[in-house]
Structure formats: structure tokens, C-alpha cells
Design a protein around this ligand. Structure first.
Ligand SMILES: O=P(O)(O)OC[C@H]1O[C@H](O)[C@H](O)[C@@H](O)[C@@H]1O
Length: 548
């Protein structure tokens, strides 16, 4: 597909944007008593209220047309049948297979039933988790494992960490799970200080087993283990790996039965559903891990089969395109009103920005439109006392997704009602704002003078008409968390498809890696740096001087 700007629906949306610009969202509610009902839809344990958007019937119909015209139906079919939709790496994109293995018998891709491989890995995980939880797995001195440290970065870190944290209420007691990612020595040092080598097991999670940060941290963990009572012969009792590079993991010292496979049809940022999610399974147990997969599968089925008008990922994806490309929104905020989901924006940031931060169409031509927005956010209500000021009165349009459970895992006093009230009041305030007259009246009511009213009232005006979606679920459970993340994965795919880009490669990351190795070599040697730019030269010198 070429540029979406050539599509009829795109051109119509550009014209339509002019009409919508003069419409206030409030009036859309006033003129349509059924608006909230019309623009609320459900899937996989989630309810999406998307009524608070700058969109009327015509907008939604054009957005659906755009998705169709951009070939989304074919793209979805391609994903679910294992077509090589990751064209630059000539690979299938099958995170959907990782969560289909309990519901579906076969999915033949390139002559192989990938679901058999998925099932056999899940069995291997079951055995491993059971051995850890039951205490059958012993460390080198015969003690039970009490702590698992997962070492990985990027997709081999963030997804599992965020989901394990989201499922804190389901955590079992026997084994605590920790994560180390950064090459900054403070990360692993801090973690190792809390660990006992006799009772700690490291899971090295790296699809390639070639990622600098992960290998350096794994080596540091092994050195620590060997220096604190462990031996080369007992490394295999304290180290396991998840990788598609079995050879390298064996060379490290892992026993082959403790190496969990990965496949090239799973992208890093989509891999928490594979054995990369082993830390999640250890943290909350295999039954909960299966429930997580099942929740995601429910969302997959919804995405695959629901008409676009009722399809959550399609609605959210196309609305995103509407704001990014037709309202010049540069960012998109995710605000979960759930303490355990506080790190979710970081995972979706990785998922979306690594997937759709692209400037080339599938055919290699440059794009003519903006692509991925900057995804950001954080937990409500904390953000209300910080960056929400910009959401309400800043000069930029920031579409927001509010995410909240109806019931808390920790009901205490009226905390949950207060939390929920804040969530609703934020989306309401973004939409309704405050007029100059209201601001003036407010000041008058406090006894302000006419002069004070003139001076202060303009600062209190809030334009409103700012869009948001609200996603609700009964409770954050393994199934609903799984469905939520799958929803954002598919939303990303919807947008990538409309923009005509490949959401599943990440060539941009490579340059930084290559240059990082080059500069590292210069920092630790007496190399001639005169060929480098003067800024980089000076920074290298500053580092070297500090070491001498
Ligand atoms: O799992 P690994 O091979 O160690 O890769 C870890 C991460 O490295 C990269 O830099 C990629 O951009 C990520 O997508 C990937 O998840």
C-alpha cells in the first residue's frame, strides 16, 4: 500500500475536519440523548466509552471507511493466518498464536503447527514453575529457591515486569520475582545485595542472547554466584534462560532442559505471552498465566471477528489517527486509575513507539503523514497534581485514555469511590472546561472586586472540548489485564496498517547499538578519536579523564 493520503476516506476526513472544528463536544451530547449509549461498546471484560470525542456519526463512518480502504480486513486476516506481514524481516507475526493454544487445535505456518510448539513450551513452563513453588527445585546447598531475578531488557523485560506488577494481588508467597534490566551497574548491584546465592535463581531472558545489557548483567550475576559459594558445576541449578539461541545459552552454563524456546515470529515487545513471560508465571502461578493468555485470546477473537463499528482496537486506533493526522496531536496519554497498573504506560510506550515510530511505507517510500505519537502517562490520581495542568490548559491537544476497574482489590474506607470519582471528573473537566462567565461568577461569589475579576478570570478559563476514552472493567484480573494489553497491541497494528508502515521491525534501534559498541571501545582504549565530531570527542575525553 502507498500513502494513506491518497485514499478517498482520508481526503473526506480532511474536509470533514473543518466541519468538526466548529462543533463543541458538549453540543453533540445536547443534540443526541443517545450519544453515550451509541458510543459505548464491550469486549473481553472491558467497556469502552468513546463518546467524549470530537466525532459525530459522519466522523465514525469515515474512520471505518478509512480502515477498510487501507486494507485492514486483509491485514487482520494476514496476521491470523501467519502471512509474513513483517516484510522487512520476512516473518510472520504470531503473538496471537501464543494465546490461542488452549482454544484452537492448529495454526499451520510455513508447514508447521506452531500451536504444538506453544503448548509444549507451556508444559515445560508448568513443570518448572511447579518445581519452584513446591520446593522440589533446590539450590546448590539443598535449600529451596525463594527469589527469582529476571535479567532482560526491552521486550524481554518491560512486559513481564508490568504484568507481574499489575497482578500483584495474585502473587503467590513461595517465590519472589525481581527484575534487572539496565547496564547501569547500580541496577544489578542493588538487586544482588538483597539476594542469597543459595536461594536465588536467575532467568536470563533474551530472544537473541546477544543483547549487551542482558549479557553483561548475566555475567555479573554469574560472577557474584561463583564468588559467593556457587561453583561452575552448580550454575545450572541457579540459571535458566529464555532464548531462541540455545547454543549461546548452553555455552553460558544453562542446562538444556532449563532453556525455554522463543521463535522469530514473536517480536520482543509482543513476547510477554511466550516463555519470556516465565517471571509472570513464577510470580502468580501457571493457572493465572493461562487466564492471562485466555483474556488476551478473547480480545484477539473480538478483533478478528467484530464489525469495525463495534471493534475496540479499530475504534481506538482510528480515533488515534483522527487526532494525530487531522488535529495535529503529537502525544497520547494513558492514565490508569489503578495502582497496580501504574507502569502500564511505559509498556505501551515501548509497544507503540517501537512498533510505529517509522518513516517509511511498506514499499520503502517515505511517509507523507505523521506516524506514532509520543505515548506517555502515569497513575491517576498522582498525575492530577502534576501534568494534568497541561492537559486542561496547555496549548497542545492531548487525547487521553482513562483506564479504571469498578472494584478494588483493596477496598478501604471510601478510597475506591474517591479514586473513581477523580477518574470521571478528569474526563468530564477535559470536555466541559470552564467559560469566562463561569470564572467571573466564581470570583464574584468569593467577593472579588470588579478589578480583581477582570485580572484573574481569564486565567481560570478552561476551553474544554478535549477528547478522551474511558475503559472500564469489573476488576483487574489476569484475564482482564491480558485483554487490555492485547487491545493496545491491536490498536497499534490498526494504526500501522492505516499508515501503511511495518509495525513489527525496529531497525532504528540498531544504529545506537552499533555506535555504542564503537564508543565503548574508544572509552577503554587509546584510540585516535580525531575523526569524530568535536562534541563526541570532548565527551569521551571527559570520561577518560575521570577514570585516570
Ligand atoms: O530479547 P533480546 O534479544 O535481548 O532483545 C531485547 C530488546 O532489544 C532490542 O534493542 C529491541 O529493540 C527490543 O525489541 C528487544 O526486545
Amino acid at each position: 500500500m502507498g500513502s494513506p493520503t491518497k485514499l478517498t476516506a482520508w481526503k473526506k476526513l480532511a474536509d470533514h475536519q473543518q466541519e468538526i472544528n466548529s462543533v463543541d463536544m458538549k453540543s453533540l451530547f445536547e443534540t443526541d440523548s443517545k450519544r453515550a449509549e451509541k458510543y459505548t461498546t464491550h469486549a473481553a471484560g472491558w467497556t469502552l466509552d468513546y463518546a467524549k470525542n470530537r466525532a459525530n456519526e459522519k466522523t465514525f463512518s469515515l474512520l471505518t471507511d478509512l480502515a477498510k480502504e487501507a486494507g485492514l480486513e486483509t491485514a487482520i486476516k494476514g496476521m491470523f493466518t501467519g502471512a509474513h506481514i513483517n516484510n522487512t524481516e520476512d516473518r510472520s507475526v504470531l503473538h496471537i498464536a501464543l494465546r490461542a493454544s488452549q482454544a484452537q487445535e492448529s495454526l499451520i505456518v510455513d508447514g508447521i503447527n506452531v500451536l504444538d510448539e506453544v503448548r509444549s513450551t507451556l508444559k515445560q513452563m508448568e513443570k518448572f514453575v511447579e518445581q519452584l513453588h513446591s520446593g522440589e527445585w533446590k539450590g546448590y546447598s539443598g535449600k529451596n529457591i525463594t527469589d527469582v531475578v529476571s535479567i532482560g531488557i526491552g521486550g524481554s523485560y518491560l512486559g513481564p515486569k508490568v504484568v507481574a506488577e499489575a497482578l500483584t494481588p495474585y502473587a503467590q508467597e513461595q517465590v519472589k520475582v525481581h527484575f534487572v534490566a539496565n547496564i547501569d551497574g547500580s541496577d544489578i548491584t542493588g538487586k544482588l545485595k538483597q539476594m542469597n546465592p543459595e536461594t536465588t535463581l536467575f532467568v536470563v531472558a533474551s530472544k537473541t542472547f546477544g543483547t549487551l545489557e542482558t549479557l553483561s548483567n548475566a555475567n555479573a550475576a554469574r560472577d557474584w554466584f561463583l564468588a559467593n559459594g556457587g561453583s561452575q558445576e552448580t550454575v545450572s541449578k541457579h540459571f535458566a534462560a529464555v532464548s531462541s539461541n540455545v547454543k549461546k545459552a548452553v555455552e553460558f552454563g544453562m542446562a538444556e532442559e532449563n532453556i525455554f524456546p522463543m521463535w522469530d515470529w514473536v517480536g520482543g515487545r509482543y513476547s510477554l505471552w511466550s516463555a519470556i513471560g516465565l517471571p509472570i508465571a513464577i510470580a502468580v502461578g501457571m493457572d493465572n498465566f493461562y487466564a492471562l493468555l485466555d483474556g488476551a485470546h478473547q480480545m484477539d477473537e473480538h478483533f478478528r471477528t467484530a464489525p469495525f463499528e463495534k471493534n475496540l482496537p479499530v475504534i481506538m486506533g482510528t480515533l488515534g489517527v483522527w487526532y494525530i493526522n487531522f488535529h495535529n496531536a503529537q502525544t497520547h496519554a494513558l492514565i490508569p486509575y489503578d495502582h497496580y497498573l501504574r507502569a502500564m504506560p511505559a509498556h505501551i510506550q515501548q509497544l507503540d513507539m517501537e512498533s510505529n515510530g517509522k518513516a517509511n511505507l511498506l514499499n520503502g517510500d517515505g511517509v507523507e503523514t505523521d506516524t506514532a505519537p509520543i505515548i506517555w502517562g502515569g497513575a491517576g490520581t498522582n498525575g492530577q497534581h502534576a501534568y494534568h495542568q497541561l492537559l486542561h490548559q496547555g496549548t497542545r491537544l492531548v487525547p487521553v485514555d482513562f483506564i479504571a476497574p469498578l472494584a478494588s482489590h483493596n477496598p478501604i474506607g471510601d478510597h475506591h469511590a474517591q479514586l473513581f470519582a477523580n477518574c470521571l471528573s478528569q474526563s468530564q473537566a477535559l470536555m466541559v472546561g470552564k467559560t469566562l462567565e463561569q470564572a467571573q461568577q466564581e470570583l464574584r461569589d468569593t467577593g472579588a472586586t470588579a478589578e480583581q475579576i477582570d485580572a484573574i478570570a481569564p486565567h481560570k478559563v478552561i476551553k474544554g472540548n478535549r477528547p478522551s476514552n474511558t475503559l472500564l472493567t469489573d476488576k483487574m484480573t489476569p484475564a482482564t489485564v491480558g485483554a487490555l494489553i492485547a487491545l493496545y497491541e491491536h490498536r497499534t497494528f490498526v494504526q500501522g496498517t492505516i499508515w501503511g508502515i511495518n509495525s513489527f521491525d525496529q531497525w532504528g534501534v540498531e544504529l545506537g547499538k552499533v555506535l555504542g559498541t564503537d564508543i565503548f571501545n574508544r572509552l577503554v582504549s587509546d584510540s585516535d578519536n580525531s575523526g569524530l565530531d568535536a562534541s563526541t570527542q570532548a565527551l569521551i575525553e571527559a570520561f577518560k579523564k575521570a577514570q585516570s
